[in-house]
Write a protein that binds this ligand. Structure first.
Ligand SMILES: Nc1ncnc2c1ncn2[C@@H]1O[C@H](COP(=O)(O)OP(=O)(O)OP(=O)(O)O)[C@@H](O)[C@H]1O
Ligand SMILES: [Mg+2]
Length: 159
C-alpha cells in the first residue's frame, strides 16, 4: 500500500474553490471503482464549503446545503453521482446499516463524508482524507491518501 500526503495553506474561499476544482477534475477520471473522500476538522473548519465547490466543479449549478440533518444529500450529475454525508448527528453507527450505506460506495459514485469519525467501522475507508485546521484566518488543508486511487487524486494538483 502506498501512502502520501501533502498540505495546502488556504486564506480565503476562493483558494478553497481552486483546490476543490483541481481535486474534482482528478476525481472525475477515477470514479470507475467509486471514490471516498473523508473530510475531518472542527465545527466551522470549512468542510461543507470545500464540498460545495467540489460538487459545483462537477457540474451542479444550484445550492449545496449542509447535510447535517438529512445525513446525506445526493447529487445526480452528468458524469457522476455524488453523495455528500455529514455524520455529526449520527446517534449510533448502526444507523448507517439501516441507510444501506454500502450501496452508496459503488462504481461511478463519489462519497464526500464530513465527520467520518462518527461513522464507526461500517464506514468504508477513504481513498483521500482531507483534514482542515483553522488557525487565525488561515486554513491548513492536509491531504493524505492510501492506495493507488488516492495517490492519483493528488497528481498534478493546481492551486
Ligand atoms: N477558505 C475559507 N476562507 C474563509 N472562510 C471560510 C473558508 N471556508 C469556510 N469558510 C467559512 O467558515 C464558515 C464555516 O464553514 P463550513 O460550514 O464549511 O464548516 P464545516 O467544517 O462544514 O462545519 P460543520 O462541522 O459545522 O459542518 C462559513 O461561514 C464559511 O463561509
Ligand atoms: Mg459542514
Amino acid at each position: 500500500m502506498t501512502f502520501s500526503s501533502t498540505e495546502f495553506n488556504v486564506v480565503n474561499e476562493q483558494q478553497t474553490r481552486v483546490l476543490a476544482k483541481s481535486l474534482a477534475e482528478n476525481a472525475e477520471r477515477l470514479i470507475d471503482n467509486g471514490l471516498i473522500i473523508h473530510l475531518e476538522g472542527d465545527l466551522g473548519a470549512g468542510k461543507t464549503t470545500f464540498s460545495r465547490y467540489f460538487i459545483q466543479a462537477l457540474g451542479h449549478n444550484g445550492a449545496v446545503k449542509s447535510p447535517t440533518y438529512t445525513l446525506v444529500e445526493p447529487y445526480a450529475l452528468n458524469k457522476v453521482n455524488i453523495y455528500h454525508f455529514d455524520l455529526y448527528r449520527l446517534a449510533d453507527p448502526e444507523e448507517l446499516e439501516f441507510m444501506g450505506i454500502r450501496d452508496y460506495f459503488g462504481k461511478g459514485n463519489i462519497c464526500l463524508v464530513e465527520w467520518p469519525q462518527r461513522g464507526g467501522p461500517l464506514l468504508a475507508s477513504a481513498d483521500l482524507t482531507i483534514s482542515i485546521k483553522l488557525t487565525g484566518d488561515s486554513r491548513c488543508f492536509a491531504l493524505s491518501t492510501s492506495g493507488q486511487t488516492g495517490e492519483r487524486l493528488l497528481e498534478h494538483l493546481v492551486t
